[in-house]
Every structure is written in C-alpha cells, then in structure tokens.
Design a protein around this ligand. Structure first.
Ligand SMILES: C[S@@+](CC[C@H](N)C(=O)[O-])C[C@H]1O[C@@H](n2cnc3c(N)ncnc32)[C@H](O)[C@@H]1O
Length: 222
C-alpha cells in the first residue's frame, strides 16, 4: 500500500468497480461468481433471520437477486426490491432468480447508486457482502441513506462475517486482506460494526448467527 489507493488501483489505474464497469465480460463473471458463492449461503441466511416480520425488503447491492429470491420464496407475504447498479440489474433477468411468476408479483427491480440514494419506504434494508467493499466513510454514507430512506420502525440488516476476538484462523480474516488489496474495504468486528452504525445514526441491536460463516447484524434508528 502506498497511501494513495489500493494495490488494484496502482496497477489498473482506477477503482475495481469502475474497472469492472468498463469490462462487461468481467462484470458478468464476477456477478456469476458471487451468485455461485451465495448458493452455499443464502438458504442459511434466509432461515436464520425472521424476515417474515417485514413487509418490504430492499436488497441493497443485491446483484441479480439470488438472496432476495431465496428470502421471498421462504416468506410468502414479503415484497422485495432488488437494487444494484443500472448495468448490473439490466442483466438480472438473464439469471432468472426472480423469474417465477409468484416471485415476479412480489418483487421490483431498480437500478441506482447507493452512494446517492436507496429506494424509500421499506421496513427492511438487507445488504450482503456490501460494507466489506468500502472504508468507514463510504459505509457511513451508504448506511445514512438507508436510515433516511427506511420506514419509521425500519431495520438495516448487514450480512457479513463478524470477525471474532483473538488470533484463531478465520475465513473472514483472509477476506480482510483480499479487501485491503482489491477494494480498500475491510472485514469488521462487532464493535467496529457498532461504531459504523453510530456514525450513521443507527444502533446495533443484535447479531444473529447463521448456519454458514455469515451473520446478520441488525441495526435500528438510535
Ligand atoms: C460483492 S458484490 C455482493 C453481491 C450480493 N449482495 C451477494 O451477496 O452476492 C457487491 C455488489 O454491490 C454492487 N454495487 C457496487 N457499487 C454500487 C453502487 N454504487 N450502487 C449500487 N450497487 C453497487 C455491485 O454491483 C455488486 O453487485
């Protein structure tokens, strides 16, 4: 690290998300690889958290909607919004995760930039593998948009590794180095998530473990 950006930026001359945007083939491969990893995790996430308590859930940075489809399939009264970059949601239909008529009726797809805004009025904002891409200022920006957009008793649900105390081996610690070199983001401990939420006017309410290495970190307005 030189202090002027990530090793990825030093080599490619731009942030990784900009580079992928300019390389659609790589973007497609990346989205497909995330969906593939997610295939081993999303059922565990959908089962562990009581998403059925919500009426409308926005999947912030939801790629092609694999997680949202898994949650909507399990909770049949819930409505969902898939939110990601315009060029990503433009090809979401090709993956077919939300294609079943039963899911299409209860879902909407919206393109946008979570640094500018997120869809308003939902009572749940889930984001899986999002905050680990970004530094604390950028995460505060995303979380603040969620707080401003959400319904009065809304919740923000961050699905990530929560790094445990101590020096034991942990997959999340390896990803931490990956994020440092590629995106400038990081993995976080429970205390670090709590501090981030506080900066965005939110309060960490609880950490819900799942049967996979990810946890659901729940936050509400302070
Ligand atoms: C690591 S992937 C996670 C995808 C998905 N949530 C999952 O768990 O498989 C990060 C996602 O954030 C999206 N993203 C990045 N920057 C964004 C922005 N400014 N606005 C909206 N989405 C963005 C990417 O397109 C990508 O789908």
């Amino acid at each position: 690290m030189t202090g002027t950006g990530t090793p990825f930026e030093s080599h490619f001359g731009m942030p990784i998300f900009t580079w992928r945007h300019q390389h659609p083939e790589q973007e497609r491969t990346f989205v497909a690889s995330m969906a593939s990893i997610s295939g081993t995790e999303n059922a565990a996430v959908a089962k562990a958290y009581p998403f059925g308590e919500l009426a409308r859930l926005v999947d912030v940075g939801g790629a092609h909607g694999h997680l949202l489809a898994t949650i909507l399939t399990r909770h049949r009264r819930l409505h969902g919004v898939l939110y990601d970059q315009p060029q990503v949601v433009a090809s979401a239909a090709s993956s077919g995760f939300l294609a079943r008529p039963e899911l299409r009726k209860r879902s909407a797809v919206e393109g946008g930039d979570f640094f500018a805004s997120v869809p308003a009025g939902a009572d749940g904002y889930v984001m899986k593998y999002i905050l680990y891409d970004w530094d604390d200022d950028e995460c505060t920006n995303i979380l603040t948009h969620c707080r401003e957009a959400m319904a009065p008793r809304g919740r923000v649900l961050v699905v990530e590794h929560v790094i445990p105390p101590g020096n034991a081996a942990n997959w999340g610690k390896l990803l931490d180095i990956n994020m440092l070199t590629l995106t400038g983001g990081r993995e976080r401990t429970k205390e670090q998530f709590a501090a981030l939420f506080a900066r965005a006017g939110l309060r960490l309410k609880r950490v819900v473990p799942t049967a996979c290495p990810l946890s659901v970190v729940e936050a509400v307005r302070r």
